[in-house]
Write a protein that binds this ligand. Sequence first.
Ligand code: NAP
Ligand code: MG
Length: 484
Amino acid sequence: MPLSALWYPTDKCFIDGAWQTPASGATLPLENPSTGQIIGQIARGNADDIDAAVSAAQAARLGEWGRMPAFERGRMLAHMGRIVLAHVDALAEIEAADVGKPLKQARADAVALARYLEYYGGAADKVMGETIPYLDGYTVYTLREPHGVTAHIVPWNYPMQIIGRSVGAALAMGNACVLKPAEEACLTALAFAAIADEAGVPKGVINVVPGLGHEAGAALSSHARINHISFTGSVPVGTLIQKAAADNVVPVTLELGGKSPQLVFDDADLEAALPFLVNAGIQNAGQTCSASSRLIVHRRIHDQLLERLAARYRALRVGPAMADLDIGPLISGTQKGIVAGFLAAGGDLEIAARGEIAADTPASGHYIAPTLLAGVPHDHLLARDEIFGPVQVVIPFESEDEAIAIANSTDFGLVASVWTRDGGRQMRAAKAIRAGQVFLNNYGAGGGVELPFGGIGKSGHGREKGFEALYGFSTLKTVAAFHG
Ligand code: NAP
Ligand code: MG
């Protein structure tokens, strides 16, 4: 799978500006989830590779990269963005084969990666300090400085977007990065390294070490010479990462998913809401941290809305990524097993509708028909836990207070939306809902590049995206000068 004019090996690490065989010499199989077939091998990086990558990143910080003016870093990122745009189709095909995304969704991810690089390229020279009024005879100002070496542990669900938002912002601030992609989704991370190389990013600034979470990932998060960790993934691994960060006293950003609700009041514009209600749940086969997996619906419109939701579900088509239908396979047999387990645990619930797996879909792929469940008690397992599959639950409510209470009844707090024409209710709900992002009469799964994004509670802490991410990838120094 060549990246057009660019070329990169899929079974190597990218360390210190060079494609390197992993220290162990070992590889891991690369599966195409649409077919279940092994389509290649990736490097099984270990602690030695991580150590080499951290050393290369440290050296890069002390070299040309550390001295580069912010506008030149920004120009380099913008150049990377243009290279990404020139290779959108190739990147989409690689991602579709590797993680099973329908082509148009993979394409959207590649375009989003370019957008992050543009955005953070433009922002690099606009992060400024302040002057602070202080005692007579003093001038006090603040400097925003990079942490140094930043670690990026990325999941398999949106590799390009998550690399763009996290590595893009870290580079804009002048950090040097070590990236550990998920073992199921390394190819576009390696392509990102090839693109950085093509754009002239100095060696050691971007290092990519594929491998297993408990090997390469654990070695990276516990490495004594990293200065910041950015992690996106599950709550149990996020907990381990935070413990590892505590041992070395480094800051950590955790983005751990959610159980994001959409509240639909009886005065809502249902015609406008319908596509958002369904798409936000089934996009990327529901394997989205900001997936809207709970639809909390006023009883007065419940039955008519349920019928319209069910009609949409029945029209959904599932198939191989290359067939570019509404929904592709799940990432792996393991993930399919997790989702099937949840559905079995919801055996007592009413199935309002299911989508259809296309007739010629390979039986060896990891497909699950999208499933809409109705009349679900808000404290049911399927209404509380993150399923990470194409499953939505519909929960009825009677009053505004009850709707808010249900929305806030899980351990998570990532994204929410409120559908109502009542302006007062919009404002009340936006304040009362515990979440990092609230959308009023729309739902942007994760929002745009410009919008700060992150959670509260078990959804994690710290903010990515927007300008806010640049502050997270920097540290503030206060300079107090006495001049009399
Ligand atoms: P995960 O285990 O949390 O993986 C996320 C990243 O952490 C991957 O790069 C993984 O590497 C790495 N990792 C795993 N164990 C590690 C360790 N001990 N130390 C350091 N890094 C480690 O997530 P998953 O197993 O892929 O998915 C399981 C569940 O997590 C899903 O069902 C879903 O509920 C949730 N999830 C959430 C998000 C999100 O966007 N918030 C994304 C993915 C999954 P390897 O994959 O190579 O082992
Ligand atoms: Mg794969």
